[in-house]
Design a protein around this ligand. Structure first.
Ligand SMILES: [Zn+2]
Length: 296
């Protein structure tokens, strides 16, 4: 019996010893950590390593790249404008992009001493506009009538003259002038046949009253002209021979000669103080002659 008790006591001691050892190794870290927290504050969560970051973001596609672009944007490439396009030529001159049009359409026919329209050209159909019975290309008849009506609605007198003039009519007028004053002098007064815009039927001389001759100094001061110049683009017309542009147009200032080009082109031309020669050259790339030329 006594030996039995001793064995039990020893077994009990061994169990206690094992428990003590277990407790020491297994639980000692917990109170130690708590001590650290009290001494230095809560332990920060471990920082995410770069490797882990990229691994986390890879499934989201291009997100990291987009963020970089926002922070340091790469230089945006200038929109490529072909220098040999209308927009490119306009840009080189400091002008806004011109309207996208077919410059070979009938509205934009350019007629001058270097762009002869040819003896055979005539409007497809000629109609008479307004009470002054001015012959015009039928395609501009409504626009011209509205233009004249708009002016008249302001209580201003309007007189239309010199619409379509055929090659033969121009020829007769020119030859008569040549017979009286010689070719050079005649060419300064009357356009040689084939070089007058009036052969297109797309222009009209608009004055307040019948005037012959037409004096630029007088006509530029009329209320009728002031209204026509201010409102012509609304009806698709431009002042074809502006003041101070004779080097380009080869025609003196004519504050009466209005040319139809459609509202889009008219606004662009008048807003940018261009001549039809310069406007057409934006599309054709042709050089615009600005050299000394005779007045006509
Ligand atoms: Zn005219």
């Amino acid at each position: 019996m006594k030996a039995n008790r001793v064995v039990r006591v020893i077994l009990g001691l061994i169990v206690l010893l094992l428990f003590g050892v277990y407790s020491y190794f297994h639980l000692s870290t917990t109170p130690f950590s708590r001590d650290l927290d009290e001494a230095y504050g809560p332990v920060e969560p471990a920082p995410v390593q770069p490797d882990e970051l990229s691994e986390t973001l890879v499934p989201e596609g291009d997100a990291p790249a987009a963020t970089e672009t926002e922070v340091t944007p790469e230089p945006t490439p200038e929109p490529t404008v072909d220098p040999n396009s209308p927009a490119g030529r306009a840009q080189a001159l400091g002008l806004p992009a011109p309207p996208e049009i077919d410059i070979n359409s009938w509205e934009y026919i350019l007629v001058n001493k270097t762009h002869e329209v040819g003896a055979d050209y005539a409007p497809p159909e000629v109609v008479y506009v307004s009470s002054s019975k001015c012959p015009q290309d039928s395609r501009i008849a409504d626009a011209l009538q509205s233009f004249a009506d708009g002016c008249a609605a302001q209580g201003l007198p309007v007189y239309l003259s010199s619409g379509y003039r055929s090659y033969n009519e121009q020829s007769q007028t020119f030859n008569a002038k040549v017979a009286s004053v010689g070719y050079d002098a005649a060419a300064k007064i009357v356009n040689p046949p084939g070089t007058s815009e009036h052969q297109t039927g797309l222009c009209c001389d608009i004055t307040d009253i019948y005037r012959n001759p037409k004096d630029p100094d007088v006509l530029s001061q009329t209320d009728t002209f002031k209204w026509l110049e201010a409102h012509c683009t609304e009806y698709g017309f431009i002042l074809r021979y502006p003041n101070g542009e004779v080097a380009i147009t080869d025609v003196i200032y004519e504050p009466w000669h209005f040319r139809y080009v459609g509202t889009e082109a008219a606004s662009y031309i008048m807003d940018n103080a261009l001549t039809l020669e310069e406007f057409v050259a934006l599309y054709t790339g042709e050089e615009v002659p600005g050299a000394e030329t005779p007045e006509a």
